[in-house]
Design a protein around this ligand. Structure first.
Ligand SMILES: [Zn+2]
Length: 287
């Protein structure tokens, strides 16, 4: 079993040119050719299945001045079409869970918009991108959104840590700003994407230990380095969830294998790779 809580489904036409260029340079091979081929309802599920993924969170991204605009409606439609295809007879199903993107500079009434997206389009959570949206995560404008999310029982993924993309403002990525949110909304489940990479690991770890509703999400971190970054990872076995950040990290299998090779209890690995996420997302798992 494997659940990936961080998969980008942006097509090249959704991204700004500098994002396309960066990823093209970084990965030499034409990652965008692969993305174009995979990102169709018929292409996505076999791709996820081949990579051993049972459930994947598919992310919208409404950051028009920095990275681009991958609309919520597009993501909902992609997921609905892909999920309507039959499950394979055995093995990973590669099903999708749409997460909305809510940006306070784009939408006025964030709370009503979240409710509409959840009720009309079946969104299962949402992502906030403070470094790309240019606000602190504890900004008072965000509070009605958190209150509604808590009421609706949908989890929030938050980008924490740095970014190399043009226009990102890194100061907004410090996980400590989540302290207010975690305290003020104790029933809101908060996943810290990238766990504060690369200079706020201690803060991220502390937040997840301190707050029952805060989890570390390890997308974009090299699996083999996890215990270097978090020597006490075992103590937080119930508070860590796996994500890939595909296609930002194109090597899906390699990273899961690296986590599998870490000297952790088998039970801890299972919790990180799917058990914790299954509880948070409320999905049923294969027997
Ligand atoms: Zn990402």
């Amino acid at each position: 079993m494997l659940i990936d809580v961080h998969v980008h489904v942006s097509r090249p036409e959704h991204e700004h040119p500098w994002v396309l260029e960066f990823i093209r340079d970084e990965y030499k091979g034409d990652i965008w050719a692969l993305v174009q081929e995979v990102l169709t309802p018929a292409g996505l599920r076999p791709f996820l299945q081949q990579n051993g993924i049972d459930w994947a969170v598919a992310l919208a991204e409404v950051n028009p001045v920095t990275t681009g605009n991958t609309p919520n409606e597009y993501v909902a439609d992609l997921c609905a079409q892909a999920n309507a295809l039959p499950d394979p007879p055995a093995g990973p199903r590669g099903r999708l869970l749409p997460f909305a993107s809510l940006n306070p500079f784009v939408v006025n009434d964030l709370a009503d918009e979240l409710e509409r997206l959840v009720k009309e389009f079946g969104f299962r959570g949402f992502k906030v991108y403070p470094v790309y949206q240019h606000h602190y995560v504890n900004d008072s404008r965000m509070y009605p959104l958190y209150a509604r999310a808590q009421e609706l029982g949908v989890p929030m993924l938050v980008h924490t840590g740095s970014s190399v993309f043009k226009g990102a403002r890194i100061k907004y990525g410090d996980p400590l700003h989540l302290d207010d949110v975690a305290i003020d909304f104790p029933r809101l489940t908060i996943l810290m994407a990238h766990s504060g990479r690369p200079f706020w690991y201690a803060q991220a770890f502390w937040m997840a230990r301190r707050h029952e509703n805060v989890y570390m999400e390890i997308s974009g971190l090299p699996g083999k380095k996890l215990l270097e970054y978090f020597p006490d990872l075992e103590r937080l076995a119930d508070k860590v969830v796996y994500g890939s950040d595909w296609p930002g990290n194109p090597y899906l299998r390699r990273n899961v294998e690296a986590i599998g090779a870490l000297p952790l209890k088998a039970e801890t690995r299972e919790k990180i790779l799917w058990k914790n996420a299954a509880k948070i997302l409320g999905v049923e798992v294969r027997g």
